[in-house]
Design a protein around this ligand. Structure first.
Ligand code: SF4
Length: 204
């Protein structure tokens, strides 16, 4: 997740990429947090402490791998991004310039590389990619995730039309709940309810 989501500015679109990811975790988070304005417990948030760690971890990424294997010609760090079109804002860990003239988001995960990239991680990369494309007015067709606990292995993800449609749908869902104020479906994954800070007020 973008390291700076915790410090996102109030200006621009009100929805952050973090909001979208929380919604993917359980759509009711959007309702409790943004319709009823009951704040989520801080320690449950993915974004806590990320900024500090990213700063340390990115120094360990193999720069020659980035340059030779991925064709990275330039890197920008902790880049604030906002799209009025998409209605989302966030701060990308890194924006990479690639030697084919495209740009790409690079996001750090303080975890082992999973067998298959999780949906929320994929979605996050796509959203950052879409923001980068709009802000820089340069093409983006892939994103990268760096798994620090698997020896900083970097995974490439496609940011194609299908992935973009899914991301737009997720943002529309979040906005729909906030604007219409309805209680959305609970997550299908009941094991998420056990340690959820809303479990005492949530009818499941
Ligand atoms: S208790 Fe379960 S369904 Fe309700 S908000 Fe939490 S995770 Fe979602």
């Amino acid at each position: 997740m973008g390291s700076g989501d915790i410090a996102e500015k109030p200006a621009g679109p009100s929805i952050t990429i973090t909001h979208v990811l929380e919604h993917l975790y359980c759509p009711r988070f959007t309702y409790f947090e943004h319709v009823l304005a009951i704040p989520e417990r801080q320690e449950r948030r993915w974004k806590v402490q990320k900024g500090r760690q990213v700063h340390l971890e990115r120094q360990k990424v193999n720069k020659s791998y980035l340059r030779k294997k991925l064709g990275v010609t330039a890197r920008e760090f902790d880049v604030p991004l906002a799209s009025e079109t998409l209605g989302v804002r966030g701060i990308a860990d890194e924006v990479l310039t690639l030697d084919d003239g495209t740009l790409a988001p690079l996001d750090y995960k303080f975890a082992k590389k999973p067998r298959r990239v999780f949906r929320n991680q994929r979605m996050q990369s796509v959203l950052y990619g879409m923001l980068i494309e709009e802000v820089y007015q340069r093409p983006v067709n892939r994103g990268y995730l760096c798994y620090t606990r698997t020896n900083y292995e970097i995974v490439q993800l496609a940011i194609d039309a299908r992935a973009r449609r899914a991301a737009e749908r997720a943002v529309r869902e979040v906005l729909g709940v906030i604007q219409q104020g309805y209680l959305p479906q609970a997550t299908r994954w009941k094991n998420r309810c056990g340690d959820c800070c809303y479990r005492n007020i949530c009818i499941q």
